[in-house]
Write a protein that binds this ligand. Structure first.
Ligand code: GLU
Length: 461
C-alpha cells in the first residue's frame, strides 16, 4: 500500500507550533515510508478564513521545507461535491432531515446533562416521514444504535465506544453549509488518505468520522492522534513558526525541537532533518504530552547555529545584518566575524546585535571599561599599535595578529592591556570577538579612524 497523509490547517491564523508539529509528523512519516504528503486548506469557515493566513501557512511550511507532493486542495472549492454526497446519503436513507428548533435542541442538551448522557440528540427525526414543508432543516447521519465501535489508534491503542453514546451528527447545517466532520471525511476519501495524523483533540470526532466512512462505503484510514503539547495553548500568537523565523531561529532547530514534542529516539536530542526522516516512526510517538520549554528550544537553536557551516550561517544571517544596517556582501571579513560569533549567538538576531560594530561606529563608550583599560600606562602601546597597523598594506588577520604580537613583545605589556583599549575604540565596550577578527571585520581605514577618535579617552578620569 502506498502511504498518503495530509496536513489540513484551517487558515485562521499563522502556523502555530502545535500545527507545525502535526504538519511535520505527517511529512516525516510520508518521507520515511516513501509515501505522499498532501496539503488541504480547510477554509469552509468563510468568516474566519483569510488569504493572508493561508499565505502565512504556505510561507512557514516552505521555510521549514515541508513541501507537499501535490497541489494543495482548497476545501471550499469542493462545496458542490460535498452537497452532492449529502444528497446521495439522504437518497440512500443513510442520512435524514432534522427539523428540530434551537430551543428543542437546548432542552435536549439540558436533559442529557441532567442524566449524565454523552449523546445529546434524541433521534427525534430519525424515523419520521411527517416532514413539515418550508421549515429549515439540518441533515444528520444515521449512526448504528446498537453495538460498539473500536478505534485502533497507532499512538493511543484501542479505544471502544458504545454507538448509543454517539450523536446522529450534522452533515449540513440549516443554511446548507457542510460541517467539519462531514467534509473532512469526504475530502480525505477523495484524496486517498491512508493515515490521518492529527492532534488528540480530534479523538471524539474520529468515532463519528469512522461511521461516515462506513456509510460512504469507503475504507477507513488508520488514525494516529498526537499528544497535546503542554504549555503551548497559553502562548497563542507568539508561538508561531514565523515568529521564531523572524526572531532568528534556524529551520533545522525548529524542526528538531518540534519533532521532539511527543516523539523521541532514545535520549538523542539533536537530529538533522535527514536523520529525522530516517528515524521517525508513528509507533514511537508517545501517547502522553510533550512539554513546551522555551529554554530547551533556545538551546537547540544554539546547537544548530554552531553546527552549520559558516558560509551557510552567514548567508542566512545576511538579511538580519541588512536589517541592522549592513550594506555589504558575504566577504572574508564577514565570514571571520560570523565564525567567531557562531559559538556565542543565541539567534541570528542576537548575532546581528553582536556583529553590528563591524558596520556601525560606537557613539558612546562604556565608562567602566574606559576607566579600567584606557589608562595612561597603556597609551604608548596604543600609539605603537596604531603605527604598526597603519603600516599594513594588506589588512589580513595574519598581518593584524603580527602587528599586535610585535607591540606585545616590544612593550612587554599583557595582551589585555593592548587589546582591550582597541576593543573599546572599535565597539564601545570591552567584549567582542578575538581582536584580530574584530579589526578585520571593521576594516583597515575604519579601524584606524575609530582608534584615532578614541585616542582622547586615555587619561580620562
Ligand atoms: N482543520 C482541522 C484542524 O485544523 C483539521 C483536523 C484534521 O486533521 O482532521 O484542526
Amino acid at each position: 500500500m502506498s502511504i498518503r497523509v495530509r496536513f489540513a490547517p484551517s487558515p485562521t491564523g499563522s502556523l502555530h507550533m502545535g500545527s507545525a508539529r502535526t504538519a511535520l509528523f505527517n511529512w516525516l512519516y510520508a518521507r520515511h515510508c516513501g509515501g505522499a504528503f498532501l496539503l488541504r486548506i480547510e477554509d469552509t469557515d468563510l468568516e474566519r478564513s483569510t488569504d493572508a493566513s493561508r499565505d502565512a501557512i504556505f510561507d512557514a511550511m516552505q521555510w521549514l521545507g515541508l513541501d507537499p507532493d501535490e497541489e494543495a486542495v482548497i476545501q471550499s472549492s469542493r462545496r458542490d461535491e460535498h452537497v452532492a454526497i449529502a444528497t446521495r446519503l439522504l437518497a440512500e436513507g443513510k442520512a435524514y432531515k432534522c427539523y428540530c428548533t434551537a430551543d428543542e435542541l437546548a432542552e435536549m442538551r439540558d436533559r442529557a446533562f441532567a442524566s449524565g448522557r454523552t449523546r445529546v440528540y434524541e433521534r427525534t427525526w430519525r424515523d419520521r416521514d411527517d416532514a413539515p414543508s418550508g421549515v429549515p432543516y439540518t441533515v444528520r447521519l444515521k449512526l448504528p444504535v446498537d453495538g460498539t465501535i473500536t478505534l485502533d489508534d497507532i499512538v493511543l491503542g484501542e479505544i471502544t465506544k458504545a454507538n448509543d453514546d454517539l450523536d446522529d451528527f450534522i452533515l449540513l447545517r440549516s443554511d446548507g453549509s457542510p460541517t467539519y466532520n462531514f467534509v473532512v471525511v469526504c475530502d480525505d476519501a477523495f484524496m486517498g488518505i491512508t493515515h490521518v495524523v492529527r492532534g488528540q483533540d480530534h479523538v471524539d470526532n474520529t468515532f463519528r468520522q469512522m461511521h461516515l466512512y462506513d456509510a460512504l462505503g469507503k475504507p477507513r484510514p488508520r488514525f494516529a492522534h498526537l499528544p497535546l503539547i503542554e504549555g503551548l495553548s497559553k502562548r497563542k500568537g507568539s508561538a508561531s513558526v514565523n515568529h521564531y523565523r523572524d526572531a532568528g531561529y534556524l529551520r533545522e532547530a525548529v524542526m528538531n525541537y518540534v519533532a521532539r514534542l511527543g516523539w523521541s529516539f532514545g535520549d538523542q536530542e539533536i537530529f538533522s532533518p535527514d536523520e529525522l526522516v530516517e528515524k521517525f516512526t508513528l509507533e514511537a510517538v508517545h501517547p502522553g504530552g510533550g512539554r513546551y520549554d522555551d529554554d530547551k528550544f533556545a538551546w537547540v537553536n544554539t546547537q544548530w547555529i554552531k553546527a552549520l557551516p559558516v558560509e551557510e550561517i552567514a548567508s542566512r544571517a545576511l538579511p538580519f545584518f541588512a536589517r541592522d544596517g549592513y550594506g555589504g556582501a558575504v566577504d572574508a571579513p564577514l565570514l571571520a566575524l560570523v565564525e567567531a560569533l557562531q559559538p556565542r549567538a543565541a539567534t541570528l538576531v542576537d548575532m546581528a546585535a553582536q556583529a553590528r560594530f563591524a558596520w556601525t561606529a560606537p557613539t558612546e563608550y562604556d565608562p567602566k571599561a574606559v576607566q579600567k583599560w584606557m589608562r595612561q600606562d597603556a597609551a604608548e602601546a596604543y600609539d605603537a599599535l596604531v603605527a604598526e597597523l597603519s603600516a599594513i598594506t594588506d589588512f589580513t588577520r595574519t598581518n593584524i595578529e603580527a602587528a599586535v604580537a610585535a607591540v606585545v613583545e616590544r612593550t612587554g605589556l599583557g595582551m589585555g592591556k593592548i587589546a582591550q583599549p582597541v576593543r573599546i575604540a572599535l565597539t564601545g565596550g570591552a567584549v567582542s570577538p578575538p581582536i584580530d577578527v574584530t579589526m578585520f571585520a571593521v576594516g583597515r581605514d575604519e579601524t584606524l579612524a575609530r582608534l584615532d577618535a578614541a585616542r582622547t579617552l586615555f587619561g580620562a578620569p
